[in-house]
Design a protein around this ligand. Structure first.
Ligand code: SF4
Length: 370
């Protein structure tokens, strides 16, 4: 039975090709055609012999993702809804900001971790994505973002409907080179819970014969799964790690993020310090400021104590919605919290949520189209 070639890393493809009697060096050529030249047609891979191309066509196929909807936010953030072969849906978000164009990828259909502020986790985990489904989010969107979505009549939010294929004719024209500058695993799902496929996708993204994506421009965002962080540390992939923290108090964090009961802060911080030492790179902590929940002076002081001496960056994100126990913080709460960190000499970035109006902000995915 033919297999999806986009599920293979370069070294796996070399092994697969040699086990089928092909010269392993063909793997590099194939990789270069698919990911660098963006050709998905073996007949057009002209530096490979005709016999080998025919055999490749018999043994492998190119998977595609079907886009069901494309929505553009007032701040130019774009959200894409993909329909998978089994009918499940995932979303990806493209966030342009000055010279930085970030693509936020999903790694699972749903999520089992149930963080209370996150809509992605409300329906539990349906299944892991294959590496090809992760990589295809990138390939499809990078092919599209140079094109404007069709405006709907009446001036409503522009949308794009229908299946899209990239270069089915083998024509790579129109693909904006290096359009996406950063990739973050921060969409639907916990990437470290789909460890194997996340790592495989990263190996495909960073393969120099293919997309040649810089490792330091790829970031994995986790709720803090200790065993997989340790595993990641051993692999030394060179990618960035970002941790959803949201409180430096075990009691509060466990309320917001049930995963904290299993992997509490003390143990989590130990493995994160090891990770940052072995990668020689700071870990990023995401701290959403929820009104009257985690923004007091005491909360700030606990955060300062927890992170002191750790090689890290802090992203503060004032929550910009109202849902259940979570509400937007008052401007004075944000200001006072920031002042505490500044006085302690902790470096932080105050960020705003992007794509709020189309439900593309952090924790909002799977809200309308699941
Ligand atoms: S924040 Fe991440 S880990 Fe938590 S429920 Fe949402 S997708 Fe899952």
């Amino acid at each position: 039975m033919a297999e999806d070639i986009k599920n293979y890393t370069l070294s796996e493809l070399k092994n697969a090709l040699s086990s089928k009697g092909f010269a392993p060096y063909c793997a590099g050529q194939v990789f270069n055609w698919i990911y660098a030249k963006r050709i998905e047609n073996f007949d057009l891979m002209t530096d490979i012999s005709k016999g080998t191309r025919d055999s490749l066509s018999e043994n492998f196929y190119f998977s595609k993702l079907k886009i069901s909807k494309r929505e553009v936010s007032l701040d130019k953030t774009e959200k894409f809804l993909f329909e998978l072969n089994d009918g499940a849906s995932i979303e990806s978000v493209f966030i342009p900001e000055n010279n930085r164009r970030t693509l936020c990828l999903s790694s699972q259909v749903g999520c089992k971790y149930g963080c209370k502020f996150c809509i992605s986790g409300t329906r539990g985990l349906k299944r892991n994505l294959a590496a090809s489904e992760i990589v295809n989010q990138y390939l499809t969107i990078s092919d599209l973002i140079g094109r404007k979505p069709e405006p709907r009549s009446g001036g409503a939010t522009p949308r794009f409907d229908g299946a899209l294929r990239h270069q089915s004719t083998g024509c790579a024209r129109g693909i904006p080179e290096k359009a996406i500058t950063n990739v973050v695993f921060m969409g639907i799902g916990e990437p470290l819970d789909n460890f194997e496929m996340t790592v495989k996708a990263i190996r495909i993204f960073t393969e120099h014969k293919g997309l040649n994506f810089s490792k330091r421009r790829i970031s994995i965002s986790t709720c803090g799964i200790i065993p997989q962080i340790e595993q990641l540390s051993l692999l030394k992939l060179g990618v960035k790690l970002s941790v959803s923290l949201h409180s430096a108090d075990d009691k509060i964090r466990s309320k917001i993020m049930p995963v904290n009961s299993k992997y509490p802060l003390g143990e989590l911080m130990k493995v994160l310090r090891n990770f940052s030492e072995s990668e020689k790179y700071p870990v990023t902590f995401e701290y959403a400021l929820f009104g009257s929940l985690n923004t007091s002076k005491l909360d700030a002081q606990k955060l300062i104590r927890l992170l002191r001496g750790t090689n890290c960056k802090i992203n503060l994100i004032p929550y910009n919605a109202s849902q259940g126990d979570f509400k937007q913080p008052a401007p004075s709460e944000v200001e006072d919290f920031c002042k505490e960190l500044e006085n302690a000499g902790l470096f932080y970035t105050l960020r705003k949520s992007r794509g709020q109006d189309i439900h593309a902000a952090c924790g909002q995915l799977y809200a309308l189209w699941g």
